[in-house]
Design a protein around this ligand. Structure first.
Ligand code: ATP
Ligand code: MG
Length: 389
């Protein structure tokens, strides 16, 4: 067990890391953050911010020398840096889990070996455009071409209506290794956050229901509007994924529930997840405290929902040019919790913060909080359109 006041290391300095730093510091730990961005949200709060590239030898040496354990909030860390750290210090999760989640081809292979259902897919490798499997058992169109590596928030993806659009789409993505995936008819999108300790104890958070806009998460509501059987199945799959990876830390599994009622895994993220932010205000423990607990070998806390909740993302699009949104309606609502990540520059599509709206006593489902969260969001969107901040 790694006890406070030990120093913990964190690879990546985004908002997920910022919450990890806050959770760890609240428990008496120090946190060193490695991130090349001088203005990184987590770096600004860290005990020490190593403002260097992820493969900077001196920075990695400093981390390995100081930290009792190193974890990550960002999966795209160079493999060589992960292996170097793993040979010298506890790195939770380890290089294999991160490698699987870094690369959609490896991820699909891993899920396939586990026998987990995914959308029909085919590899499209660098250089050549492949023979498409067509006809019975082949890939159905419309489809989506996704880069195997470095995609996030819908970036690195092109939608294809017909097979003959593939060469142009592959060229648009720079002809790198890709996954071509059938577009499935979505009834719902779901996610499960799960924590696992090195000893194999697990604790999962309640199933979240996610709505996206332009490939970016817009709103999460919990409880999800699905039956108990689907929740049980999704949670069991998440459990199997972390057990198969011998995982240490917090991991997210994103699911598609198809209109035929089939539960497919979309992807896995080896870290806390935007769709788990509701846990900050509406659970008995947050996904970030649970990450501290998991990587330090403390007992995991029960992760129960305390109230129905809707979390809506605040993207840079809501920021008026050269200004900042007027928060009065959000702040005046006693059931709304405003979160901002301390990012100095707002850009379209950039995650700047979120709002969680909590239910009233006696409310069992999330319909009322979803309506309130959407109202607050629309109020902010209207203000930018009308140019009144
Ligand atoms: P993030 O890292 O933000 O989760 P990402 O860039 O890794 O996103 P995906 O999760 O693969 O991208 O896709 C983003 C969204 O696009 C999905 O949540 C879903 O709404 C839609 N989408 C992706 N693949 C499919 C598919 N095969 N069928 C239908 N919709 C899809
Ligand atoms: Mg995704």
């Amino acid at each position: 067990m790694i006890q406070p006041p030990a120093t913990l290391g964190l690879l990546g300095g985004g908002q997920l890391g910022r919450y990890f730093v806050q959770a760890a510091q609240a428990m008496g730990y120090s946190v060193w953050v490695l991130d090349p961005d001088p203005d990184s949200p987590a770096g600004r709060l860290a005990t020490r911010h190593l403002c260097q590239a992820f493969d900077d030898t001196a920075a990695l040496e400093a981390l390995a020398g100081e930290c009792a354990v190193i974890t990550t909030e960002f999966e795209n860390i160079p493999r060589a840096a992960l292996d170097w750290l793993d040979a010298r210090v506890r790195l939770y999760p380890g290089p294999r889990a991160l490698a699987v989640a870094q690369d959609r081809l490896e991820e699909k292979a891993f899920l396939g070996e586990m026998g987990v259902a995914v959308a029909p897919w085919q590899a499209v490798l660098a250089g050549a455009v492949p023979e498409l499997r067509t006809g019975a058992g082949g890939l159905a169109f419309p489809a989506i071409l996704k880069t195997a590596r470095l995609g996030y928030d819908g970036k690195g993806q092109v939608r294809l209506d017909t097979p003959d659009a593939l060469p142009a789409a592959h060229a648009e993505l720079g002809q790198v290794d890709c996954v071509l995936e059938s577009r499935v008819e979505l009834e719902r999108e779901l996610s499960v956050l799960i924590a696992r300790t090195a000893e194999g104890a697990t604790e999962s958070f309640p199933v979240a229901e996610n709505a996206h806009r332009d490939g970016i998460l817009h709103l999460t509501q919990v409880p999800a509007r699905v039956g108990d059987a689907v929740c049980t199945q999704a949670t069991a799959i998440a459990r199997e994924v972390v057990d198969q990876l011998d995982y240490q830390g917090v991991l997210a599994v994103e699911f598609f529930l198809t209109s035929d009622g089939e539960l497919l895994v979309n992807e896995i993220a080896p870290r806390p997840h935007n769709s788990g932010h509701y846990s900050l205000d509406a659970c008995t423990v947050s996904q970030f405290e649970q990450q501290v607990r998991a990587v330090c070998g403390l007992g995991l806390a029960p992760a129960r929902l305390t109230t129905p909740v809707a979390m809506v993302n605040l993207l840079g699009d809501l920021w008026p040019a050269g200004g900042t949104p007027g928060w009065q309606d959000v702040l005046a609502d006693g059931r709304a919790r405003l979160h901002l990540y301390g990012k100095a520059v707002a850009r379209p599509g950039r995650k700047m913060g979120h709002i969680s709206v909590l239910g009233r006593p006696g409310q069992a489902d999330a319909s009322a909080v979803v309506a309130s969260a959407e109202d607050l969001w629309h109020g902010l969107a209207r203000a930018v359109e009308e140019g009144v901040a």
